[in-house]
Design a protein around this ligand. Sequence first.
Ligand code: SIN
Length: 308
Amino acid sequence: MTASSAPTSTPTASRHVAAPSHSPAGVVDIRPLPGPLGAEVIGLDLSQPPSAADFARIHRAHLDHHVLVFRDQRITPQQQVDFSRRFGPLQIHVLRNFQLAGHPEVLIISNIKEDGQPIGLGDAGHFWHSDLSYVERPSLGSMLHAQELPSEGGDTLFANQHLAWDTLPDALKKTVSDLRAEHHYLARYEELRARNPWRPKLTQAQIDEVKPVVHPVVRTHPENGRKALFVSEHFTTRIVGLPEDESRDLLAQLFAHTTQDALVYRHRWQPHDMVFWDNRAVTHLAAGTPDHLRRKLYRTTIEGSQPF
Ligand code: SIN
């Protein structure tokens, strides 16, 4: 499934934003982006720790809008790590060779090769996914900070999975409500490796680190209480308890529904953008970069809780 796939239906539910129980004073302004998700955070310099009031506003906005865009952030990797840690412990990606030197919590996402060797994970996000859905405690959210951007291409797409649930036809809601699905890091690894032979062959220790896990197909967000579909074409391999063909057909329907254009915000990167998304509420896709253009971003990934 790609970003340009035809919509399967038109969502009728509109974006839902919780009324704040209080309005903390602070300097930041939250400006919702047009469309099904996303907001820009104005007036914050992430090289300084935000005040308690600003942090509370950012936290609330993250739960309400699912993708936050902070423009023109001149921050170091350590400052990105420090800000990410305010939301929880950080997760280390199984592909250790793409860690930033001195910062194991930072994964380099890049198509750049130096001396013939890739400096980062060049095909991250090639299929729709939620980060680290293949572990027991998938990611709460991820932060991606632009280091070097191509003059064309390189966009990232985000699909609102709360709206995907809200707009699912009732019969399908009934079918999937109590189902569980398997997620596996290796689901498409060899397919990606065949296209990109620089992807390392995994050691047994790495394979053991990413054993398949099972999560509910419909999860309840632990902080905003809303339901969301939690399957993806990259990591979800099967619906537990269904015959293989039924499982495949149902997943194909869900993948088409969850990635339809009406649910999607397309982020067009600007220099020094920092984007912070909620992996419990959105899936994402890297739209691709022409091979001859350079793209480099730093990603931190915050641990979440076990889905229910
Ligand atoms: C990712 O999937 O984390 C990377 C997304 C991107 O490179 O746009």
